[in-house]
Design a binder for this molecule. Structure first.
Ligand SMILES: Cc1ncc(COP(=O)(O)O)c(C=O)c1O
Length: 359
């Protein structure tokens, strides 16, 4: 079979290393904490009914999520990971030949879906590693359908400040959808997720927020994300779903996590504490890093590829930033204290070796 011309040159998403390897995984920005006891118990119960299809319209979970934002459940759409919601956005709003605007350095799936759906990718430039909202506005053209922006961004870790985002949304023509991917917002010091509702109301109706249970909620393996948007947009996105797109285990654990927010809150506090410790290490060792509003750091290193390999030999999996368009950088997920310390030891050893080689 000959595949469609439009998908000939797609480079598939290359996930962070270590998924099937033994070692310390600091490559995919997951939480290092396994499910707590109450989650285990709940999942055991949920397993008893996996012979049945999951709920088709999981109203209970959507109501819980909606309540958190002060919105009705009709504003919420669930996806098999927020990746699936990105796919829904393309399915619903982007025809082949339409264009989408994607920042130069950001989450790779926005561009991969553009290739799959035959959309033209327009790249907006970065300004000191931050997303340049003015450049995005300048690049909006007649064919533009969607602007993707991640706040905080992956892999830079930088947040688009709320006031800038609100101003930006007001300037974007209403025929262009602004997809705001807030996958890491729970880790940000200036977490404005509670104000999504007012942003939706203050701007036009062409905004969709994407969230995930993969990061702060520790559910990467179960695949669950959701969108928060205006009723019309939500209704269209909801129509893109296959009948049972969310599995029953994800549904029950996510409801539990929404009701017991203290479980994820405790983990976020620990990660934030470990972040400070990492920052101190970088400062002490004169390592150039971007100030992170997420659970990872993007670090500038002369021999980044060699360091990636060095870590791998020691069983520590980090992410090299070449595929993200940031050569000379690596990204490392903030993990448990003992794992962060092993990473730091590895970096110190590498730098020492470099110094030795240079002599
Ligand atoms: C910015 C961003 N958005 C979305 C995702 C994907 O999330 P999910 O696991 O919900 O598909 C990631 C995963 O790393 C990400 O970095």
């Amino acid at each position: 079979m000959k595949p469609k011309d439009t998908i000939k040159n797609i480079s598939p998403y290359s996930e962070g290393r270590g998924t099937n390897e033994t070692g310390i995984k600091m490559s995919s920005n997951e939480t290092p904490f396994p499910p707590d006891k109450s989650s285990f118990e709940l999942m055991k119960g949920a397993l008893r009914s996996i012979n049945r299809y999951p709920e088709k319209e999981p109203g209970g979970l959507k109501t819980l999520i909606g309540k958190f934002y002060g919105l009705s459940e009709r504003h919420i759409v669930l996806g098999n990971g927020s990746d699936e919601l990105m796919q829904f956005i393309y399915m619903a709003f982007v025809d082949p030949g339409d264009s989408v605007i994607i920042p130069e350095v950001t989450f790779l799936m926005y561009g991969i879906y553009a290739d799959i759906f035959g959309a033209k990718k327009v790249t907006s430039r970065m300004k000191n590693y931050a997303i340049d909202l003015y450049d995005i506005l300048k690049k909006i053209e007649k064919t533009t359908k969607v602007v993707f922006l991640a706040t905080p961004n992956n892999p830079t870790g930088l947040l688009v400040p709320e006031a800038d985002l609100v101003r930006f949304i007001k300037k974007v023509p209403s025929r262009v959808l602004v997809a705001v991917d807030a996958a890491y917002m729970d880790f940000a010091d200036d977490n404005y997720e509670k104000r999504f509702k007012s942003i939706l109301q203050s701007g036009k109706k062409n905004v969709v927020f994407l969230r995930t249970f993969s990061k702060s909620f520790g559910m990467s393996g179960l695949r669950l994300g959701y969108s928060v948007a205006d009723l019309e947009t939500s209704s269209v996105l909801n129509q893109m779903r296959q009948p049972f797109n969310i599995n029953s285990l994800a549904l029950s654990l996510a409801s539990h996590m929404m009701k017991q927010k203290n479980i994820s809150q405790r983990r976020i506090i620990k990660i934030k504490k470990n972040k400070i410790q990492m920052e101190k290490f970088f400062e002490r060792n004169h390592i150039s890093y971007l100030p992170s509003q997420t659970n990872f750091f993007c670090i500038k290193l002369k021999k980044s590829k060699a360091f990636f390999d060095f870590c791998r030999e020691k069983g520590i999996f980090i992410r090299s930033m070449e595929s993200f368009g940031m050569p000379g950088h690596i990204r490392v997920t903030v993990s448990l204290k003992k794992h962060n310390q092993l990473f730091q030891k590895c970096l110190r050893e590498f730098l020492k070796k470099q110094e030795g080689d240079a002599k």
